[in-house]
Design a protein around this ligand. Sequence first.
Ligand SMILES: [Zn+2]
Length: 427
Amino acid sequence: MELKKGARVNLTFGNQATVIKELGRGGQGIVYLVDLDGQRMALKWYITPPDEKFYKNLERNIRQGAPSDAFIWPEYLTQKENGSFGYIMKLRPSDYFEFGNYLLARKNFKSFNAMLAAAMKICNGFMMLHRFGYSYQDLNDGNFFIRPTDGDVLICDNDNVMPQGEKSGIMGKARYMAPEIVAGGIPDKYSDRFSLSVILFMLFFANHPFEGAKVVACPCMTETFEKRFYGSEAIFIYSPSDKSNLPVRGVHQNVIKRWPLFPSTLKKTFIDQFSEEKLWHPNTRMIEQEWERIISKVRDELVVCPHCHEETFVDIEDNKFKCINCGDDIDVTKQLKLNNRSLILTAGTKLYINHDNTPDAEVDFFPSDKNLLVIRNLTQSCWHIDTPSGKVKVVNPNEFLPILNGLKISFGSSIKEAAGTKGEVIA
Ligand SMILES: [Zn+2]
């Protein structure tokens, strides 16, 4: 039953929320703007109430709390009244847009940097979700809201999140389901990992990894065909061993245009994750931490072109260093070596030492000499620099060091993950 403006809904905690207006509706329920003790919140109200098990699961999720700040998590449960129930969550800020808008190019990331930040945040959200013992179950492009300026992500519709091994009864959308789920299996962290690879592929390339020539040739997408294309006969569009499902010119323009732009590290990972082996052996799929490492590696290859000053990727693995915008060669001789990573140092490039989305350093010009590059410390703590001649220097927050061969940087305590590792400048 729908709620009217001014209706009061009783929460299990004893307080009441007052309906202000409808914000939107989907298949399962209606979302209302409500007032809760003077605070504006959102209420999701089910049109047809799900069963008791669902209600208990919501109650448990609310008690446990959100796995990370990426989730717009259920915060309060309503009592069962007016023939249904619902839950209260935070409002989604207006500068976040549904992922589907990005796929249709109604919204675009401001930069590759923002795109990579979104990928990182999604991976981290899934890692935390699984660490909390949950599986997502109903993963699709309607769950993600992304801020185009910086790629920050909010994951919504978390009412279908269940402990692993349990089934919410909600099947998810076929396009995002792992083949074994399309075939009738129960969603778990392995099938979530598959869905994560699909979401990431779509984030980078704005087309679906299995939608190529075969799908275009299909006269009408029936359930039988769906089960084949996303299940039993799924073929990655860039499968090196099977070219029968390549993207089609004029239909899959996004991926045709973008695929060549990205470094081979990323492309090889998708080829591997969508290989027959990984499709049919769920427990061989890559864990979220490994995805984070890959995205971090791709971010290491994102630089500012010294010629046109636009973002571009360099491809260290394939030795390709031409700007994707102006075509000029990028000088990659100046690097920061960090364990097995190579961060390319060009003016304007931001450096990410750990896996969060806050840059830790930036390559800049020396204030009075535009021929000299420096690394600026964007962190909150001091860095210690060892020079080749055995001197030790301190670089305070917002100060910089010159890019000189052999300088070794010990990052301060504000980058926890980097404690004990040293970066070495190669120039
Ligand atoms: Zn360029």
